[in-house]
Design a protein around this ligand. Structure first.
Ligand code: PLP
Length: 389
Protein backbone atom coordinates (compact mmCIF):
# COMPACT_ATOMS: atom_id res chain seq x y z
CA UNK A 1 0.00 0.00 0.00
CA UNK A 2 1.37 3.45 -0.87
CA UNK A 3 2.43 5.70 2.06
CA UNK A 4 -0.39 8.14 1.28
CA UNK A 5 -2.94 5.30 1.58
CA UNK A 6 -1.42 4.08 4.83
CA UNK A 7 -1.91 7.61 6.22
CA UNK A 8 -5.49 7.70 4.95
CA UNK A 9 -6.41 4.18 6.09
CA UNK A 10 -7.51 5.48 9.51
CA UNK A 11 -10.20 7.54 7.86
CA UNK A 12 -11.25 4.95 5.31
CA UNK A 13 -14.43 3.66 6.97
CA UNK A 14 -16.14 1.99 4.02
CA UNK A 15 -14.84 -1.57 4.26
CA UNK A 16 -18.23 -3.15 3.48
CA UNK A 17 -17.96 -1.48 0.06
CA UNK A 18 -14.43 -2.79 -0.33
CA UNK A 19 -11.40 -3.41 1.85
CA UNK A 20 -8.10 -2.06 0.57
CA UNK A 21 -6.04 -5.06 -0.57
CA UNK A 22 -3.80 -6.55 2.11
CA UNK A 23 -0.04 -6.81 1.62
CA UNK A 24 -0.42 -10.59 1.99
CA UNK A 25 -2.92 -10.66 -0.89
CA UNK A 26 -0.83 -8.40 -3.11
CA UNK A 27 2.29 -10.48 -2.49
CA UNK A 28 0.46 -13.72 -3.33
CA UNK A 29 -1.10 -12.10 -6.43
CA UNK A 30 2.28 -10.94 -7.73
CA UNK A 31 4.00 -14.22 -6.92
CA UNK A 32 1.34 -16.21 -8.78
CA UNK A 33 1.39 -13.82 -11.75
CA UNK A 34 5.19 -14.00 -11.98
CA UNK A 35 5.89 -17.60 -11.09
CA UNK A 36 2.80 -19.41 -12.41
CA UNK A 37 1.90 -17.59 -15.63
CA UNK A 38 0.74 -20.75 -17.44
CA UNK A 39 -2.86 -21.61 -18.24
CA UNK A 40 -4.07 -24.03 -15.55
CA UNK A 41 -5.80 -26.09 -18.24
CA UNK A 42 -2.56 -26.66 -20.21
CA UNK A 43 -0.95 -30.06 -19.85
CA UNK A 44 2.71 -28.96 -19.89
CA UNK A 45 4.90 -28.00 -16.91
CA UNK A 46 3.77 -24.35 -16.94
CA UNK A 47 0.11 -25.33 -16.93
CA UNK A 48 0.66 -27.93 -14.23
CA UNK A 49 2.38 -25.37 -11.98
CA UNK A 50 -0.51 -22.93 -12.39
CA UNK A 51 -2.98 -25.77 -11.73
CA UNK A 52 -1.18 -26.64 -8.47
CA UNK A 53 -1.41 -23.00 -7.34
CA UNK A 54 -5.11 -22.95 -8.25
CA UNK A 55 -5.87 -26.20 -6.44
CA UNK A 56 -3.92 -25.11 -3.33
CA UNK A 57 -6.03 -21.96 -3.20
CA UNK A 58 -9.20 -24.02 -3.72
CA UNK A 59 -8.31 -26.27 -0.79
CA UNK A 60 -7.51 -23.32 1.46
CA UNK A 61 -10.77 -21.59 0.59
CA UNK A 62 -12.81 -24.75 1.07
CA UNK A 63 -11.23 -25.42 4.47
CA UNK A 64 -11.92 -21.83 5.60
CA UNK A 65 -15.68 -22.22 5.06
CA UNK A 66 -15.90 -25.96 5.86
CA UNK A 67 -16.71 -27.01 2.31
CA UNK A 68 -15.30 -29.70 0.04
CA UNK A 69 -12.74 -28.45 -2.50
CA UNK A 70 -14.99 -29.89 -5.24
CA UNK A 71 -17.73 -27.45 -4.17
CA UNK A 72 -15.61 -24.39 -4.98
CA UNK A 73 -16.36 -22.66 -8.30
CA UNK A 74 -14.19 -19.60 -8.92
CA UNK A 75 -16.01 -16.60 -10.37
CA UNK A 76 -15.39 -12.92 -11.08
CA UNK A 77 -16.97 -11.89 -7.76
CA UNK A 78 -20.03 -12.08 -5.56
CA UNK A 79 -22.35 -10.72 -8.24
CA UNK A 80 -21.41 -13.41 -10.73
CA UNK A 81 -21.65 -16.12 -8.04
CA UNK A 82 -25.20 -15.01 -7.15
CA UNK A 83 -26.17 -14.84 -10.84
CA UNK A 84 -24.79 -18.28 -11.69
CA UNK A 85 -26.71 -19.83 -8.81
CA UNK A 86 -29.99 -18.03 -9.53
CA UNK A 87 -30.02 -18.32 -13.30
CA UNK A 88 -28.49 -21.80 -13.29
CA UNK A 89 -30.89 -23.18 -10.69
CA UNK A 90 -33.98 -21.69 -12.33
CA UNK A 91 -33.06 -22.22 -15.99
CA UNK A 92 -34.96 -25.48 -16.33
CA UNK A 93 -37.35 -25.18 -13.40
CA UNK A 94 -41.11 -25.40 -13.88
CA UNK A 95 -42.96 -22.18 -13.04
CA UNK A 96 -43.40 -21.76 -9.32
CA UNK A 97 -42.35 -19.50 -6.54
CA UNK A 98 -39.07 -17.86 -5.57
CA UNK A 99 -38.80 -16.81 -1.93
CA UNK A 100 -36.27 -14.19 -0.91
CA UNK A 101 -35.91 -11.23 1.44
CA UNK A 102 -36.60 -7.57 0.77
CA UNK A 103 -33.12 -6.70 2.06
CA UNK A 104 -30.98 -8.69 -0.37
CA UNK A 105 -28.16 -7.03 -2.26
CA UNK A 106 -28.96 -5.96 -5.87
CA UNK A 107 -26.75 -8.90 -6.97
CA UNK A 108 -29.73 -11.07 -5.96
CA UNK A 109 -32.70 -8.72 -6.39
CA UNK A 110 -31.80 -7.60 -9.92
CA UNK A 111 -31.42 -11.06 -11.51
CA UNK A 112 -34.73 -12.06 -9.87
CA UNK A 113 -36.51 -9.27 -11.79
CA UNK A 114 -36.59 -11.56 -14.81
CA UNK A 115 -39.07 -13.78 -12.93
CA UNK A 116 -41.20 -10.78 -12.00
CA UNK A 117 -41.93 -9.62 -15.54
CA UNK A 118 -45.49 -9.70 -16.85
CA UNK A 119 -44.71 -12.70 -19.09
CA UNK A 120 -43.07 -14.62 -16.23
CA UNK A 121 -46.06 -13.93 -14.01
CA UNK A 122 -48.39 -15.07 -16.77
CA UNK A 123 -46.37 -18.26 -17.06
CA UNK A 124 -46.98 -18.90 -13.35
CA UNK A 125 -43.92 -17.42 -11.64
CA UNK A 126 -44.18 -15.49 -8.40
CA UNK A 127 -41.38 -13.79 -6.46
CA UNK A 128 -42.09 -13.41 -2.73
CA UNK A 129 -40.08 -10.73 -0.89
CA UNK A 130 -40.18 -11.34 2.86
CA UNK A 131 -39.67 -8.20 4.93
CA UNK A 132 -37.46 -7.84 7.99
CA UNK A 133 -38.71 -6.76 11.39
CA UNK A 134 -37.83 -3.30 12.70
CA UNK A 135 -34.41 -4.57 13.84
CA UNK A 136 -33.47 -5.55 10.29
CA UNK A 137 -33.75 -9.30 10.81
CA UNK A 138 -35.99 -11.37 8.53
CA UNK A 139 -37.68 -13.84 10.90
CA UNK A 140 -37.01 -17.47 10.00
CA UNK A 141 -40.66 -18.31 10.72
CA UNK A 142 -41.80 -15.72 8.14
CA UNK A 143 -39.51 -17.21 5.50
CA UNK A 144 -40.53 -20.75 6.34
CA UNK A 145 -44.24 -19.90 6.22
CA UNK A 146 -43.82 -18.84 2.57
CA UNK A 147 -41.82 -21.88 1.42
CA UNK A 148 -43.94 -24.63 -0.14
CA UNK A 149 -43.54 -27.59 -2.47
CA UNK A 150 -44.03 -25.08 -5.30
CA UNK A 151 -40.93 -23.09 -4.24
CA UNK A 152 -38.19 -23.41 -6.83
CA UNK A 153 -35.48 -21.37 -5.06
CA UNK A 154 -34.90 -19.58 -1.75
CA UNK A 155 -32.32 -16.78 -1.54
CA UNK A 156 -31.27 -15.35 1.82
CA UNK A 157 -28.19 -13.38 2.83
CA UNK A 158 -26.18 -14.37 5.90
CA UNK A 159 -25.43 -10.78 6.93
CA UNK A 160 -26.78 -7.55 5.54
CA UNK A 161 -24.29 -5.25 3.85
CA UNK A 162 -25.93 -2.05 5.13
CA UNK A 163 -26.98 -2.68 8.74
CA UNK A 164 -24.71 -5.68 9.35
CA UNK A 165 -27.73 -7.57 10.78
CA UNK A 166 -27.11 -11.33 10.81
CA UNK A 167 -29.98 -13.36 9.40
CA UNK A 168 -31.34 -16.71 10.71
CA UNK A 169 -30.20 -18.59 7.63
CA UNK A 170 -29.50 -21.95 9.31
CA UNK A 171 -33.12 -22.52 10.31
CA UNK A 172 -34.37 -21.66 6.83
CA UNK A 173 -31.71 -23.84 5.17
CA UNK A 174 -32.68 -26.81 7.36
CA UNK A 175 -36.31 -26.41 6.30
CA UNK A 176 -35.35 -26.13 2.62
CA UNK A 177 -33.32 -29.32 2.87
CA UNK A 178 -36.26 -31.14 4.42
CA UNK A 179 -38.50 -30.06 1.53
CA UNK A 180 -35.82 -30.51 -1.14
CA UNK A 181 -36.01 -26.82 -2.14
CA UNK A 182 -32.73 -25.33 -3.46
CA UNK A 183 -31.30 -22.48 -1.40
CA UNK A 184 -28.71 -19.78 -2.16
CA UNK A 185 -26.99 -18.08 0.76
CA UNK A 186 -25.26 -14.80 -0.07
CA UNK A 187 -22.39 -14.81 2.42
CA UNK A 188 -20.41 -12.04 0.73
CA UNK A 189 -20.47 -9.74 3.77
CA UNK A 190 -20.31 -12.53 6.33
CA UNK A 191 -17.05 -14.10 5.12
CA UNK A 192 -14.23 -13.41 7.58
CA UNK A 193 -16.48 -11.36 9.85
CA UNK A 194 -18.31 -14.30 11.46
CA UNK A 195 -18.01 -18.03 11.24
CA UNK A 196 -19.26 -19.46 7.96
CA UNK A 197 -19.77 -23.22 7.78
CA UNK A 198 -21.08 -24.37 4.41
CA UNK A 199 -21.39 -28.02 5.45
CA UNK A 200 -23.29 -27.28 8.66
CA UNK A 201 -25.60 -24.83 6.87
CA UNK A 202 -26.41 -27.45 4.25
CA UNK A 203 -27.46 -24.86 1.68
CA UNK A 204 -27.12 -25.74 -2.00
CA UNK A 205 -25.26 -22.58 -3.03
CA UNK A 206 -23.21 -19.92 -1.29
CA UNK A 207 -21.71 -16.73 -2.78
CA UNK A 208 -18.40 -15.26 -1.53
CA UNK A 209 -16.20 -12.39 -2.65
CA UNK A 210 -12.49 -11.65 -2.16
CA UNK A 211 -12.45 -7.86 -1.98
CA UNK A 212 -14.58 -7.61 1.16
CA UNK A 213 -11.78 -9.24 3.19
CA UNK A 214 -8.74 -7.53 1.68
CA UNK A 215 -8.35 -9.78 -1.36
CA UNK A 216 -8.25 -8.55 -4.96
CA UNK A 217 -11.33 -7.11 -6.64
CA UNK A 218 -13.06 -9.14 -9.33
CA UNK A 219 -12.58 -12.55 -7.68
CA UNK A 220 -15.27 -14.61 -6.00
CA UNK A 221 -16.52 -18.08 -5.30
CA UNK A 222 -19.77 -19.93 -5.71
CA UNK A 223 -19.97 -22.95 -3.44
CA UNK A 224 -22.14 -25.70 -4.87
CA UNK A 225 -23.18 -28.60 -2.67
CA UNK A 226 -22.07 -31.98 -3.96
CA UNK A 227 -24.64 -33.56 -6.27
CA UNK A 228 -26.46 -30.29 -7.03
CA UNK A 229 -26.94 -29.79 -10.76
CA UNK A 230 -26.27 -26.39 -12.24
CA UNK A 231 -26.93 -25.44 -15.85
CA UNK A 232 -23.91 -23.80 -17.48
CA UNK A 233 -24.87 -20.24 -18.40
CA UNK A 234 -21.97 -19.03 -20.48
CA UNK A 235 -20.61 -22.13 -22.23
CA UNK A 236 -16.97 -22.19 -23.19
CA UNK A 237 -13.93 -24.24 -22.33
CA UNK A 238 -15.68 -26.15 -19.54
CA UNK A 239 -13.45 -24.97 -16.69
CA UNK A 240 -14.50 -25.34 -13.06
CA UNK A 241 -16.12 -28.68 -13.92
CA UNK A 242 -18.35 -27.07 -16.52
CA UNK A 243 -19.91 -24.80 -13.92
CA UNK A 244 -18.07 -21.61 -14.97
CA UNK A 245 -16.15 -21.55 -18.22
CA UNK A 246 -13.20 -19.23 -18.78
CA UNK A 247 -9.53 -19.35 -17.82
CA UNK A 248 -9.28 -19.00 -14.06
CA UNK A 249 -7.79 -15.80 -12.62
CA UNK A 250 -4.94 -17.62 -10.89
CA UNK A 251 -3.20 -14.53 -9.41
CA UNK A 252 -6.51 -13.13 -8.12
CA UNK A 253 -7.49 -16.47 -6.67
CA UNK A 254 -4.09 -16.82 -4.95
CA UNK A 255 -4.62 -13.33 -3.51
CA UNK A 256 -8.07 -14.34 -2.25
CA UNK A 257 -6.67 -17.41 -0.48
CA UNK A 258 -3.89 -15.33 1.08
CA UNK A 259 -6.40 -12.81 2.50
CA UNK A 260 -8.46 -15.42 4.36
CA UNK A 261 -8.49 -14.85 8.10
CA UNK A 262 -5.91 -12.04 8.08
CA UNK A 263 -8.13 -9.16 9.23
CA UNK A 264 -9.27 -9.39 12.84
CA UNK A 265 -12.86 -8.27 12.21
CA UNK A 266 -14.02 -9.56 15.61
CA UNK A 267 -11.55 -7.17 17.26
CA UNK A 268 -13.23 -4.25 15.48
CA UNK A 269 -16.36 -4.68 17.61
CA UNK A 270 -14.60 -2.71 20.37
CA UNK A 271 -13.99 0.21 17.97
CA UNK A 272 -17.53 0.09 16.58
CA UNK A 273 -19.10 -0.14 20.05
CA UNK A 274 -16.94 2.74 21.31
CA UNK A 275 -17.98 4.84 18.31
CA UNK A 276 -21.69 4.18 18.93
CA UNK A 277 -21.40 4.86 22.67
CA UNK A 278 -19.64 8.19 22.10
CA UNK A 279 -22.00 9.14 19.30
CA UNK A 280 -25.06 8.64 21.48
CA UNK A 281 -23.43 10.62 24.32
CA UNK A 282 -22.77 13.61 22.08
CA UNK A 283 -25.68 13.25 19.65
CA UNK A 284 -28.46 11.47 21.59
CA UNK A 285 -30.91 12.12 18.77
CA UNK A 286 -28.98 9.70 16.51
CA UNK A 287 -30.58 6.37 15.59
CA UNK A 288 -28.41 3.29 15.20
CA UNK A 289 -30.08 0.71 13.00
CA UNK A 290 -30.19 -2.97 13.99
CA UNK A 291 -28.60 -2.07 17.34
CA UNK A 292 -30.65 -4.75 19.08
CA UNK A 293 -29.84 -7.43 16.49
CA UNK A 294 -26.77 -9.60 16.25
CA UNK A 295 -24.56 -7.66 13.85
CA UNK A 296 -21.30 -7.87 11.94
CA UNK A 297 -18.61 -6.54 14.30
CA UNK A 298 -17.36 -3.75 12.02
CA UNK A 299 -20.66 -2.23 10.86
CA UNK A 300 -22.69 0.72 12.12
CA UNK A 301 -25.53 2.26 10.17
CA UNK A 302 -27.05 5.38 11.65
CA UNK A 303 -29.15 8.40 10.92
CA UNK A 304 -28.98 11.91 12.30
CA UNK A 305 -32.43 13.49 12.13
CA UNK A 306 -32.69 16.47 9.84
CA UNK A 307 -29.35 15.77 8.16
CA UNK A 308 -29.26 14.42 4.66
CA UNK A 309 -27.05 11.33 4.30
CA UNK A 310 -25.46 12.49 1.04
CA UNK A 311 -24.63 15.88 2.56
CA UNK A 312 -23.10 14.16 5.59
CA UNK A 313 -21.08 11.89 3.32
CA UNK A 314 -19.73 14.89 1.39
CA UNK A 315 -18.95 16.88 4.53
CA UNK A 316 -17.13 13.90 6.03
CA UNK A 317 -15.30 13.44 2.74
CA UNK A 318 -14.03 17.01 2.95
CA UNK A 319 -12.62 16.14 6.38
CA UNK A 320 -10.95 13.03 4.94
CA UNK A 321 -13.44 10.41 6.15
CA UNK A 322 -14.75 7.88 3.62
CA UNK A 323 -18.18 6.49 4.60
CA UNK A 324 -21.22 5.31 2.62
CA UNK A 325 -24.75 6.60 2.42
CA UNK A 326 -27.47 4.01 1.86
CA UNK A 327 -26.27 1.02 -0.11
CA UNK A 328 -22.65 1.34 -1.15
CA UNK A 329 -23.21 -0.37 -4.46
CA UNK A 330 -25.79 2.25 -5.44
CA UNK A 331 -24.07 5.24 -3.88
CA UNK A 332 -24.06 8.11 -6.31
CA UNK A 333 -27.76 7.42 -6.91
CA UNK A 334 -30.27 9.39 -4.90
CA UNK A 335 -32.51 6.48 -3.97
CA UNK A 336 -33.02 5.92 -0.24
CA UNK A 337 -31.83 2.62 1.17
CA UNK A 338 -34.25 -0.20 0.24
CA UNK A 339 -33.09 -2.01 3.37
CA UNK A 340 -34.16 0.79 5.75
CA UNK A 341 -37.44 1.25 3.85
CA UNK A 342 -38.15 -2.48 4.22
CA UNK A 343 -37.45 -2.15 7.96
CA UNK A 344 -40.29 0.38 8.11
CA UNK A 345 -38.23 3.60 8.19
CA UNK A 346 -39.66 6.69 6.52
CA UNK A 347 -38.12 8.02 3.29
CA UNK A 348 -36.72 10.94 5.30
CA UNK A 349 -35.01 8.70 7.87
CA UNK A 350 -33.70 6.41 5.13
CA UNK A 351 -32.28 9.43 3.29
CA UNK A 352 -30.54 10.69 6.42
CA UNK A 353 -28.56 7.50 6.93
CA UNK A 354 -24.87 6.79 6.63
CA UNK A 355 -22.96 3.54 7.01
CA UNK A 356 -19.65 3.29 8.82
CA UNK A 357 -17.77 0.04 8.22
CA UNK A 358 -14.48 -0.21 10.08
CA UNK A 359 -11.57 -2.24 8.77
CA UNK A 360 -7.85 -2.88 9.10
CA UNK A 361 -6.17 0.09 10.72
CA UNK A 362 -9.33 1.36 12.47
CA UNK A 363 -8.68 2.23 16.12
CA UNK A 364 -10.51 3.83 19.04
CA UNK A 365 -8.92 7.18 18.16
CA UNK A 366 -10.51 7.05 14.71
CA UNK A 367 -13.92 6.44 16.27
CA UNK A 368 -13.34 9.47 18.53
CA UNK A 369 -12.23 11.62 15.60
CA UNK A 370 -15.32 10.61 13.60
CA UNK A 371 -17.70 11.54 16.42
CA UNK A 372 -15.95 14.91 16.84
CA UNK A 373 -16.23 15.56 13.11
CA UNK A 374 -19.94 14.65 13.06
CA UNK A 375 -20.50 17.14 15.89
CA UNK A 376 -18.61 19.86 14.00
CA UNK A 377 -20.60 19.15 10.83
CA UNK A 378 -23.90 19.33 12.69
CA UNK A 379 -22.94 22.66 14.25
CA UNK A 380 -21.85 24.03 10.89
CA UNK A 381 -25.00 22.88 9.08
CA UNK A 382 -27.20 24.22 11.86
CA UNK A 383 -25.38 27.58 11.76
CA UNK A 384 -25.88 27.72 8.00
CA UNK A 385 -29.59 26.99 8.45
CA UNK A 386 -29.80 29.70 11.12
CA UNK A 387 -30.55 27.22 13.92
CA UNK A 388 -28.85 27.82 17.26
CA UNK A 389 -28.00 24.80 19.38
N1 PLP B 1 -23.72 -9.55 -2.05
C1 PLP B 1 -23.53 -8.71 -1.03
C2 PLP B 1 -24.26 -8.94 0.26
C3 PLP B 1 -22.66 -7.63 -1.15
O1 PLP B 1 -22.49 -6.80 -0.13
C4 PLP B 1 -21.98 -7.44 -2.39
C5 PLP B 1 -21.10 -6.27 -2.59
O2 PLP B 1 -21.27 -5.24 -1.98
C6 PLP B 1 -22.19 -8.37 -3.42
C7 PLP B 1 -23.07 -9.41 -3.22
C8 PLP B 1 -21.50 -8.24 -4.75
O3 PLP B 1 -20.16 -8.66 -4.64
P1 PLP B 1 -19.07 -8.23 -5.74
O4 PLP B 1 -18.76 -6.79 -5.50
O5 PLP B 1 -17.90 -9.12 -5.48
O6 PLP B 1 -19.68 -8.49 -7.07
Amino acid sequence: MSPSWVRRLHRYLDCNATCPPLEEALAAFLKAAREYPGNPSSLHWAGRAARRELEDAREKLAAFVHAEPGSVVFTSGGTEADNIAIQGALAEAHPGQIVTTAIEHPAVLQPLERWQSASAREAGWQVVLVRPDASGVVPAAEMISRITAETRLVCMMLANNETGAIQPVAEVAAYCRKLGVPMLVDAVQALGKMSVDFTALAADFMALSAHKIGGPKGVGVLLVRRGVKLRELAPGGGQERKRRSGTENVPGIAGFAAALGVIDFAGLAAVRDHFERRLLEDLPEATIFSATAERLPNTSMLSLPGMDGETLLMQLDLAGFAVASGSACSSGKREPSHVLLAMGCSQEVARSSIRISFGPGSAIGDAEALVAELLRIRQRLQAMAGITA
